[in-house]
Design a protein around this ligand. Structure first.
Ligand SMILES: *Cc1c(COP(=O)(O)O)cnc(C)c1O
Length: 395
């Protein structure tokens, strides 16, 4: 059997390669941070990590993780409800709820699991899920696992959402689902309008704050902070793998009855290991830090403003961003790849995206700004953009 299957897989791989969609992995030989070394020995400035607050290599988090390693061991060897719950897990769940102003929290190994396990236990074929067309893959997969009726509205399009809500009056319960930041454009959905529509058409709201937590809102509490909706949406999901530390771990936080049902019925929670003690402890230390100061968020916001202003002044077109994601528009797929390759030669690590990841004729370089970047890093990046931009006739 395998001989035939092998041929089939080889053809598939060739197709991916010839479509120019083969994903290669660049090997980093240092910690994740602003200045990294890759396996060729080249040192590059990293502008493509989700390390928005620069915490991936934070001494505070490393210290907390090491202490937990010494006092609570390496792993739990169990799911939460058998013998996988330490005091640290409960403390972290409480901190997540305090951060977002919610009632209770349930941890997962990743936000992919949080989204995979949130819909099916709560809703059934009598209900409706109304989802933004640009929502993350894990939301799409989670929705697929649920029997609820599915409605999809164009990205952040309130007219389209309203149409879906009208149609969904046929169902029992309605849940609107949106990312807090959309990862390709860096835009934030108009949660105030979504909230109004949810009230008008009797629906609940779920926001995935993975890209927005730590980034959006005055103190980085996410899109719900930005729109003064703390405690007002029913469900928030998020990750500890982006701004909030960068290691691993996800969560669902919100109304306490929702969290209670998930603890009983959410399959990725019931049938998958609990997060390691060191990750829980580092998470607690991270939220403690956030509760005392938002200087990292302030630095991220000023870094992003600086970058966008200088780049726009230099003649680049950047999609209006409300986050730390800056889409430098090049429109042409080949150009985006050529541009990113030249940037790497200049010591700047950025990635070019094109169809089908973004719409046709919308190819771009996505730059992700971090509080871990110093102004000199930003200046080097901008100078490289200007040099390569002139070379390739973009500006
Ligand atoms: C990154 C991301 C996830 C997945 O998070 P993990 O914890 O890495 O699994 C889920 N949703 C959104 C919106 C994301 O950006």
């Amino acid at each position: 059997m395998y001989t035939e299957f092998q041929k089939y897989l080889s053809t598939e791989l060739e197709n991916i390669e010839s479509a120019g969609l083969f994903k290669k992995e660049r090997i980093i030989t240092t910690a994740q941070q602003a200045l990294i070394k890759v396996s060729s020995g080249q040192e590059v400035l990293n502008f493509c990590a989700n390390n928005y607050l620069g915490l991936s290599n934070s001494p505070v988090l490393i210290k907390a993780a090491k202490e937990a390693l010494d006092t609570r061991g390496f792993g739990m060897s169990s799911v939460r409800f058998i013998c996988g719950t330490q005091d640290l897990h409960l403390e972290l769940e409480k901190k997540v709820a305090e951060f977002f102003g919610t009632e209770d929290t349930i941890l997962y190994a990743a936000c992919f699991d949080a989204n995979g396990g949130v819909f099916e236990p709560l809703l059934n074929e009598e209900d409706a899920i109304i989802s933004d067309s640009l929502n993350h893959a894990s939301i799409i997969d989670g929705v697929r696992l649920c029997k609820a009726q599915r409605y999809r509205y164009a990205n952040a399009d309130m007219e389209d959402l309203e149409n879906c809500l009208k149609l969904a009056q046929a169902q029992r319960y309605r849940l609107i689902v949106t990312d807090g930041v959309f990862s390709m454009d860096g835009n934030v959905p108009p949660l105030d309008k979504i909230y109004e529509l949810a009230n008008k058409y009797n629906a609940m709201i779920m926001v995935d704050e993975s890209h927005s937590a730590g980034v959006v809102g005055k103190t980085g509490r996410g899109a719900t902070e930005q729109f003064n909706l703390r405690g007002k949406v029913e469900i928030i999901t998020g990750t500890l793998g982006k701004a909030l530390g960068g290691a691993i771990g996800g969560f669902t936080t919100g109304k306490k009855e929702i969290i209670a049902i998930l603890r009983q019925r959410s399959r990725p929670y019931l049938f998958s290991n609990s997060i390691p003690p060191m990750v829980a402890a580092a998470g607690i230390a991270m939220f403690d830090m956030m509760s005392k100061t938002h200087e990292l968020q302030d630095k991220l916001h000023s870094n992003t403003e600086y970058f966008v202003k200088r780049m726009t002044d230099a003649g680049f077109s950047i999609k209006p961003t409300q986050s730390a994601i800056c889409a430098v528009m090049l429109y042409n797929a080949r150009l985006s790849q050529q541009f990113a390759a030249r940037m790497l030669e200049e010591g700047i690590y950025v990635v070019g995206f094109y169809f089908p990841v973004v719409p046709k004729e919308q190819a771009r370089i996505r730059v992700q700004i971090s509080a871990g970047h110093e102004v000199e890093h930003l200046d080097k990046c901008i100078a490289a953009f200007i040099k390569v931009g002139k070379e390739l006739g973009v500006i």
